[in-house]
Design a binder for this molecule. Sequence first.
Ligand code: GUN
Ligand code: ZN
Length: 650
Amino acid sequence: MSGFELLERDGLARLGRLGTPHGVIETPALLPVVHPDPARQSCPAPVLRERFGIRALITSAYITWRTPPLREVAEREGIHKLLGFDGAVMTDSGAFQQHAYGAIEVGPEEILGFQARIGSDIATVLDVFTEPDASHAEAEAALAATAERTRAARSSFPGLLAAPVQGGPFADLRARAAAGASEAGDLLAVGGVVPLLERYRFRELADVLAAVRPSLDPGGAVHLFGTGHPMTFAWAALHGVDLFDSSAYHKFARRGKLMFPDGTVSIDDVREPICRCALCSVTPLDRIAALPPPEREPHLALHNLLVSFEEVARVRQAIRDGTLWELVERRAGAHPALRAGLREATARPGTFLATEPESRRAFREVSSESLARPAVARFLARMRDFVADRPLAREIPPIALTPEYLSRVPARDRSDCPIAWNATTPLGPVPLELTELYPVGPFLGIAEFESPRSPRSPTDVSRALGTRPELDADLDRDWTEAWTERQLRTGLTWQYGRALADRLAPELRGQRSRRTGRLRKLVHGGSPAFVLGDDGVPRPTFRGAELLRANLPGDRARVVAADDAVPFVRHGRSLFSKFVVAADPALVPGSSALVVDGSGELLAVGRLLLAPHEMGRLRRGVAVRVTAHRSGGEDDGSPDPEDRDRGPPE
Ligand code: GUN
Ligand code: ZN
């Protein structure tokens, strides 16, 4: 079984590593489809290797097998020699030819054995391609055959195996297929979707990806057969696709089409130098357009590939930056069908919530879809719980949430009830005390740049407050201290519940940043116990973690480390996935957690990279990045820049 390792993530999208006999594939990755016949390659593998530095590709074992001269070379010298490529070679089994041409003349064992003989790095089970318009009975029969072949393949093939996930348009079958593939496959290859991609049926594709999600083993790499248009990469990665493959670069080139992340352009229409990629800046597109079609084709294919690899790089960067939703929303402008696919995805926030990070550095409103992101859905749901036991006062007018303003907000009303005034935010009315939390705090919205139609400056606000007789309008009083206490209590309640906040708040003192006025630290007996970042979340230091351990019941906020890992974690090393015994299911990636041993002793505090349901199921890599540990000094709540991702040998 493979070891897919997750290094960084943005929700379901993962920067990861997949080891193969011919090198590591860094995901998300695009595996270009290369024809096994060198005479039929618009971009030969050595050129791809040299020009684009590709380290993995996909080719057809079936076409190699059915073409005697190719078969002979492949069997004698191996598929790498045939292609002239020393990177990772994934081979496909012929199911797609079955879709395109009807029957194929090879059996599942024969084509699997062939893939083994030619030295494929990742072999694909011969699945039964299921059309998106198949009946339930047809799809179920095809699924049963694919599942049987997959089981047989696993018992006879020791290498990396791509297990196809079919099931047609039926959510129940897709889920069953994903569960079956997860038992056998190193790659979980979602198939039967090329007709959806070709006809821009992204809404249905979103349904397929949502249906398979809960049943996919997080330890497998997710492959989507046929994702070849760069406008789809960000969208597919957002749905947890690690590997794209396609011959689209080549097929589009043959039809005279240039691919861009924001759509497709026909070379016949090009009269201006609209691309300055490394190729098109040497030979301008208007000159290419004047060539006869066969001479244009290699240029167009290379342009398409170059643009595709550039877009994969952008997706990877967006995952690092936590801005993938923004990129997807921008890409959704490429075609209304893609936008419909995005809407379908956000209509089911449940697909994303288990891996949705606790916070991100920023929240930029890009389009009318932005407010449907899972981050917003989660915040609003939690906010409803938070305010459930207290009356929401009427809205106050829109305000500028500046520190100056916040420092003047009265902390209690005169009857000593908890205040529950609402600030009008882009997410609707939100209790003022929650407005520094992600996504409200770092929200960069369109309204901020519109002409001010409503009171925004502190003076305007004081005027607005002044008109409300039931509020404390004594704005000359210094309310900072009362507000600080309120925020401190709110932060703890939001994170850990009211009981914990009631217990700890009296022992803690809030410290504001002198520069920005924002609440930065909660101090306990002279030492920082919690540090607040720009996301407004109080993160425990080791001291804070000790307070939490003593006061939080049961498994709350805890990740339990196996005995083998205890000495390492105690000294500040990260906790690896395979050493996780249990984790509080309410945690999410980015949450702060107490790392404890089997007896509940506190070893360290850290931030989750994996969601609890993923821990232990990824056999490689880090689950919790330790930020402070028993024998460590002071810390600021953020992961140590120095590499701590080392632990017991894996
Ligand atoms: N290539 C494109 N779609 C598919 C599919 O569903 N299965 C296989 N094996 N290859 C494909
Ligand atoms: Zn170009």
